[in-house]
Design a protein around this ligand. Sequence first.
Ligand code: MRU
Length: 375
Amino acid sequence: MKVDGRHTRTIWLEPDGWSVGAIDQTRLPHRFETIRLTTVADAARAIATMQVRGAPLIGATAAYGMALAVNADASDAGLKRAYAELHAARPTAINLKWALDEMVRAVRPLPPPERAKAAYARAGEICEEDVAINRALGRHGHALIAAAAARKGSEPVNILTHCNAGWLAAVDVGTALAPIYTAHDAGVAVHVWVDETRPRNQGAALTAWELKHHGVPHTVIADNTGGHLMQHGLVDMAIVGTDRVAANGDVCNKIGTYLKALAARDNGVPFYVGLPSPTIDFAVADGLAEIPIEQRSGDEVAAISGRTADGRIETVRLVPDGSPVANYAFDVTPARLITGLITERGVIAAERPALAAAFPERVAAAVQAARDAAE
Ligand code: MRU
């Protein structure tokens, strides 16, 4: 996507051919800054501190983190250490493990002197695959938006989204926002309701920033507003992203997604999830019962950062000193509340048979992994 007219991705290989550049998302929307990753520890830190975030981008960063690790130490032991360090960086987005497993599969069969080249090649492919997946997902989701537009006549299609599942959450294009960009670029009138997404405000800071840069009409709303808008016919559909989808179609996404799905069901608003296939975890049979939910520092709830009138970035405390704070970063929306999963292979039902039929090779890989683990 473009930033000030210049084509930009969230992560890239630097011209030196080995270090890795990325947008520092903790500085947006007020500053556009980039970081340079030179070690596996840099990559793990960037994921843990959310300089890079969003499930597909976490996967891409982990892939390059493995390439940086192999470049420094191509031994089996080095590979194992890097896997463990990166895997521990954040727990929810399954794209992280998916990308690490892909890297190990590409590298481990090779003799150590050949590993670095193969690692960089596979990391680059993972990035290109992400972009291609998101473009396909965008085309399938565009059809849904175009159908809603045909029903609405000249009025824009109002789409509610939660958190940031745009190009900043991926390598490029985005997941939940891919259909919106595709529709907008094709001339369909869209308007996006952007949940601010406390506590880290990915909606207010990141989704609003990228929609504004792309010229997509949007309005930022407080997280509690969606239900009211739906009751008054002001939301035609919701499209959210996801960090992990279980085999039964349960969707884990940023905290607050479940409440939006409940409000959508109560008001007859279609609730879609943009889902690139590396986000499916066929090893998890029941999302609600089995997906571990990341709990982050209470400081993210107790404090808020922003730009002061004179341009400084400041953090201020909202909560009385001493009040306990809990910070659950994700929740699970049961499959029964989901109208459809927008994937790169079409819009499918959030049900085990539909997911398995659409991605049989992923089911087979999960079965094989379970067998390997048991041996
Ligand atoms: O904590 P984050 O910012 O990494 O979480 C990202 C999300 O939860 C997004 O909403 C999302 O849909 C997954 S990334 C496409």
